[in-house]
Design a protein around this ligand. Structure first.
Ligand code: ADP
Ligand code: MG
Length: 380
């Protein structure tokens, strides 16, 4: 079984167990049905080799608490190692075994068929419940599924159902809010949403690439100069599709995103040299909240500013509150940082669906499918 147990660790403990909790229902269901489970997940970005900072020991400990039963775990060199094969071979019927980080071996991200073969040898069937990793065709997310009878888990199904409502004829008006650091990360989804959304609100650092591409002065804000042509092209396409693409009229600026930094508000296209736009400004908060009023469907990905730092979180919180206040609308928040912001604001219960996948939710909206999903459907 592939899960997305990629959680933040702090001092050798799981700092946020949201993804572990989300994984529990499918695990429990399979145990009730008599399965012996071998679980696999990646954690962080080790460089294709064992790295003690990314061992899954703390995850096994927390998962064991959540399940109220033993989770067998052995720190091994990597996926498919002889130590691991021996450990899996000793698993008692009905037990739960968690394998070491799948990314301790460079063959994982290369979707190496030999590694997939060894992993597939651990089991009689494969269940993928790792929605957050389904946009990657790796050995543990895609290769294994080719070799065993396979199925999607409950979390995977719930995510696909929730996000499909955005892709298949969303109720209108459909308003999309995009933010975060880079335009290049989200270009594909912007382009596909131009065909379906009624309005696009763009904040975060991304906005400054659009502003600068049109000749605005953005000071020292984060921009992607190699994206200026693309940004102008997107603005033109939005205009010809009659989809308003709204940028923040003003920005909260400072020299650096430090808690004590001196802050000032400037028009987003007239930010003085030496200052960075680090959050959308008060006029933008009002404009974006206003544009969300009356929406029947909302998709939000990416914070409006450096929300992790006090003093630069007002824009993100304003959008969170505006989305959460839409009674009767279908609202979806996706993306690690956006979801963290909604959780911090205590508003997770007020949105219709909080996606566990960042990149995966964007790619699903862009393409209507994911490699880790398609391979399950192909199963004979
Ligand atoms: P998500 O995880 O929700 O998909 P991203 O990872 O794309 O979001 O972007 C989140 C990051 O973008 C955060 O670390 C945030 O600090 C950063 N960010 C947002 N606005 C700005 C800005 N104006 N300048 C610099 N960084 C920003
Ligand atoms: Mg992120």
């Amino acid at each position: 079984m592939r899960l997305d147990l990629n959680v933040p660790l702090e001092d050798g403990r799981v700092a946020d167990d949201t993804r572990l909790r989300a994984s529990v229902p499918t695990v429990e269901e399979l145990l009730r049905r008599g399965a012996t489970l071998v679980l696999m997940s990646h954690l962080g970005r080790p460089k294709g080799a064992p790295d003690d900072a990314y061992r899954l020991g703390p995850v096994a400990a927390r998962l064991s608490e959540l399940l109220g039963r033993e989770v067998r775990y052995l720190a091994t060199p990597g996926p498919g190692s002889p130590e691991q094969q021996a450990f899996v071979a000793e698993a008692p019927p009905g037990s739960v075994t968690l394998l070491e980080n799948t990314r301790f071996d460079a063959r994982e991200t290369k979707n190496d068929p030999e590694l997939a073969r060894v992993l597939a040898g651990y089991a009689d069937a494969y269940v993928n419940d790792a929605f957050g990793s389904a946009h990657r065709a790796h050995a543990s997310t895609e290769g294994v599924a080719r070799l065993l009878p396979s199925a999607a888990g409950r979390l995977m199904l719930r995510e696909v159902e929730a996000l499909s409502r955005l892709v298949d004829g969303p109720e209108r008006p459909f308003v999309v809010v995009l933010g975060g650091a880079k335009v290049s990360d989200k270009l594909g989804v912007i382009e596909s949403l131009l065909d379906s959304a009624d309005a696009l609100l763009v904040g975060g650092a991304m906005a400054y690439t659009f502003v600068a591409a049109q000749g605005g002065e953005v000071g020292d804000s984060l921009v992607e100069e190699d994206m200026y042509d693309t940004a102008r092209d997107v603005l033109e396409r939005a205009a010809s599709a009659d989809v308003p693409l709204r940028l923040p009229p003003d920005s909260v600026c400072a020299r650096e995103p430090d808690p004590g930094a001196e802050r000032s508000v400037h028009p987003s296209d007239a930010i003085p040299a030496g200052l960075k736009g680090l959050d959308i400004g008060p006029a933008a908060r009002e404009a974006f909240a206003g544009a969300l009023q009356g929406a029947r469907t909302v998709f939000w990905n990416g914070p409006m500013g450096v929300f992790e730092v006090e003093g630069f979180d007002a824009g993100t919180l304003a959008v969170a509150r505006a989305v959460a206040s839409l009674a009767g609308a279908y609202t979806v928040v996706g993306g690690g940082d956006s979801v963290a912001a909604v959780n911090r604001a205590g508003l997770a219960d007020a949105v219709s669906h909080v996606s566990t996948g960042g990149g995966a939710s964007l790619e699903f909206i862009e393409n209507g499918d994911l490699p880790g999903l398609a391979v399950l459907r192909d199963d004979a």
